[in-house]
Design a protein around this ligand. Structure first.
Ligand code: SF4
Length: 106
């Protein structure tokens, strides 16, 4: 059963990603360069808190390759996102071996 703490963490992750794709574009670009692996299409990130309304009955993304939101296209941005997947019982196919070089104001 999801706890308030769990739901809060997942919600904070959503807000953090939304903020990052709009206001921390440099950070997101650097993270994507060091990201490894592939999407396993497990759909865990599509079911954070509530299932995405863009999912079909077969749990496929209705807007994949068309107008998928940027926060979805770049998921996962960093290890915090991978941890959110694990919190929800999933295993993301992506990983981050080494932290991207950080730059102030990124
Ligand atoms: S959790 Fe990771 S592997 Fe699963 S659908 Fe999302 S990006 Fe792909």
């Amino acid at each position: 059963m999801a706890t308030i703490r769990h739901e809060s963490r997942i919600f904070i992750g959503k807000v953090r990603r939304l903020f990052a794709v709009h206001f921390r574009k440099g950070y997101v670009a650097r993270q994507l360069r060091v990201r490894q692996g592939d999407c396993l299409q497990c759909g865990t990130c599509c079911h954070f808190s509530l299932a995405c309304p863009m999912l079909t009955r077969d749990h496929l993304c209705r807007v994949y390759g068309k107008c998928r939101p940027k926060a979805c296209r770049v998921f996962p941005i960093d290890q915090k996102d991978i941890n959110d997947v694990a919190r929800c019982g999933g295993v993301c196919g992506y990983g981050f071996d080494a932290p991207a070089a950080t730059k102030k104001g990124g």
